[in-house]
Design a protein around this ligand. Structure first.
Ligand SMILES: NC(=O)C1=CN([C@@H]2O[C@H](COP(=O)(O)OP(=O)(O)OC[C@H]3O[C@@H](n4cnc5c(N)ncnc54)[C@H](OP(=O)(O)O)[C@@H]3O)[C@@H](O)[C@H]2O)C=CC1
Ligand SMILES: O=CC(=O)O
Length: 291
């Protein structure tokens, strides 16, 4: 289907998104810092590029799905990075969750070499990525957005084009700031129910019928009650998002005491060694005890 697309970063999300694209007939050349993670993608029909630069050289446009601002910058600016082969006619789409400053730095570097840039962070976790049910929050070069729409339509259930670079990053941070705060309130509620003699499963049933019912409580509640925090969205990434959202609050002089408290809880969870578990493991900061 059409020209080859590049894909950099095969973590939980990148792997699920790339496999989904391959299943829908897209041709992909993939790269991951830990190159062995490309093997499974090769089994699904992908080619492998030795470096981000090699991938960009081969592909009309390349998608990045990296952990955080440092990783997103490194893949573009370091030796053998995206910048070495980006040029007129080529595009780079960063789907990582980063702050608007990081995205702008990448955008300026790409466009100064004649390339097109789009930021397109996503809402939705491992399962929505596998099922092509992400919500895509794009901003930047409209022509690249239109070029990438066939791929976005496979990866996501809905794509938003939000205007200039930074708006996608900011929208994603606002959404995840709300999600992280909700997860903390939910964790406290589960523990409060349990310790005050209520059945937490009954709490889940009540919540699911109430005005505050939502897919996150429904999906995470049962596993949290079993102390099962198999990572779909790693806690260290949720804490990064709280930190970046709080910085956005600083810039705009918005007081966010709820988000600040949630950030402290995620930091505490990281300090307890829970950073690689699912973000719902913040529950353990209320619960205490052994996992
Ligand atoms: N998981 C989720 O539910 C969601 C995550 N996101 C966001 O998507 C992004 C990816 O998340 P996810 O897949 O869960 O994260 P993972 O931690 O599973 O994967 C991170 C990826 O980044 C790569 N990476 C990390 N540091 C570097 C570096 N310095 N140079 C090059 N590559 C690097 C890793 O490579 P290596 O394999 O070598 O370590 C890996 O491919 C994050 O920004 C996250 O916030 C957005 C929506 C949902
Ligand atoms: O960023 C995480 C998500 O679930 O969305």
């Amino acid at each position: 289907m059409g020209e080859e697309i590049g894909f950099l970063g095969l973590g939980i999300m990148g792997k699920a998104m790339a496999v989904n694209l391959l299943r829908h007939g897209f041709k992909l050349t993939v790269w991951n810092r830990t190159l062995s993670k490309c093997d499974e993608l090769v089994e699904h029909g992908a080619s492998v590029g030795e470096t981000p630069a090699a991938v960009v050289k081969k592909c009309k446009y390349t998608i990045g799905m990296l952990s955080d601002p440092a990783a997103a910058l490194s893949v573009v600016f370091d030796k053998d990075g995206v910048l070495e082969h980006i040029c007129t006619g080529k595009g780079y789409i960063d789907m990582s969750t980063v702050d608007a400053d990081t995205s702008s730095k990448i955008s300026e570097a790409i466009t100064s070499k004649g390339g097109h840039f789009l930021e397109a962070p996503v809402s939705g976790s491992k399962k929505p990525a596998e099922d092509g049910q992400l919500v895509i929050l794009a901003a930047g070069e409209k022509a690249l957005y239109e070029e990438a729409l066939p791929a976005f339509n496979v990866m996501g259930k809905k794509s938003f084009f939000l205007g200039h670079v930074g708006n996608g990053a900011r929208m994603k941070l606002v959404v995840n700031m709300i999600m992280g705060s909700m997860m903390n309130a939910f964790s406290e509620g589960l523990e409060l129910a349990d310790r005050s003699g209520l059945n937490p499963q009954t709490l889940l049933d009540v919540l699911d019928l109430a005005a505050i019912a939502n897919p996150m409580f429904k999906m995470k509640g049962p596993t949290m009650l079993q102390n099962n925090y198999t990572p779909a969205f790693p806690l260290k990434h949720q804490q990064k998002d709280m930190r970046l959202a709080l910085a956005l609050g600083d810039e705009n002089a918005i007081s966010m005491p709820v988000a600040a408290a949630a950030n402290e809880a995620f930091k505490k969870a990281r300090n307890l060694g829970l950073g690689d578990l699912d973000f719902s493991a913040v529950h353990q900061t209320v619960k205490g005890g052994e996992l």
